[in-house]
Design a binder for this molecule. Sequence first.
Ligand SMILES: [Zn+2]
Ligand SMILES: [Zn+2]
Length: 331
Amino acid sequence: MGRMKYLITFLSTILIVCHLNAQELPKAKIVHKDKPAEISYPTGKIDHTKFSVTIIGSGNPQYNSHRSSPSALVQYNGTKFLVDMGNGTREQLEKLGYTRRNSPDALFLTHHHMDHNEEFIPMVHQKLMMPGEFLVAGPAPIKKMTDYVTEFYREDLQYRMKNKGQTFNEDKTNAIIKELQGDNSFSYKDVNISTTEVPHSIYTLSYRFDANGKSIVISGDLTYTPHLAKLAKGADILVLDCQVIRKGAKSKRPTNASRNKKGNSAHASIEEGARMAAEAGVKTLVITHLSNVNIDEVATKAKIAEQFKGTVILAQDFLTITCDGKVFMLQ
Ligand SMILES: [Zn+2]
Ligand SMILES: [Zn+2]
């Protein structure tokens, strides 16, 4: 009889558990503080004869379901330069069809903050397995980082390449490494690249790309500096780390909160951003490194227009801007 009582209790427990599982459980409420940008652009495809920049990630270190972490893809004549590769970069590239076989030819880093280099390791790993050279450039210790990937993943790379009937030679890889400091100028394929140091909370470089009489500048993270204005002089497009105005904001708190060694914001204020764009005399200013806030686009543009009279665009992931003035969402 005791056994029967035990069996009934056991079966009742199972029935109760099954019933509870079958019930509709309350759904977790996911709140996205940010909303997609209000301007919608037409879609388009890359014309390889045009010089263009595609925003791969327009966000910052905060998780944001609408914005990947900082990354920009500069393209000219079939050559692809990826500048910074924060969280989400590989997924974004795959969405655009930049798969392993069609991946960027050059990997550039502006600085070694996690939101800019988090996906450097998988990008290098991917390139080490592909035929043909690839260029890696950025501030120290970029050589150490690249060598580390080669060494740490040696066995993994050997295994994967053996599966493809190839061998991995760790002493002679296909990576060309350029460790950069301060002002530099060098060419890769038919594009000239220049750099300058800019102020941030750690050592940071800005990049200028020149091809066929046109130019694109990617600032990386920075505060005001005349060096950026000098580097970006007369550029067609300047992609700039710059703060924005929140919708309905009473607070004057910066939209990028990190601070430099002196305790000041480590990112350009809206006034500083407008000043650099105006001093450089660029045609189009693309504001990026955007926070997880509702942006008042009208107020932001009005504030910038007090100093800068050119075109102002708020970055969105996949937004593509060409040096001849076309703006579209890359498909
Ligand atoms: Zn950053
Ligand atoms: Zn940074």
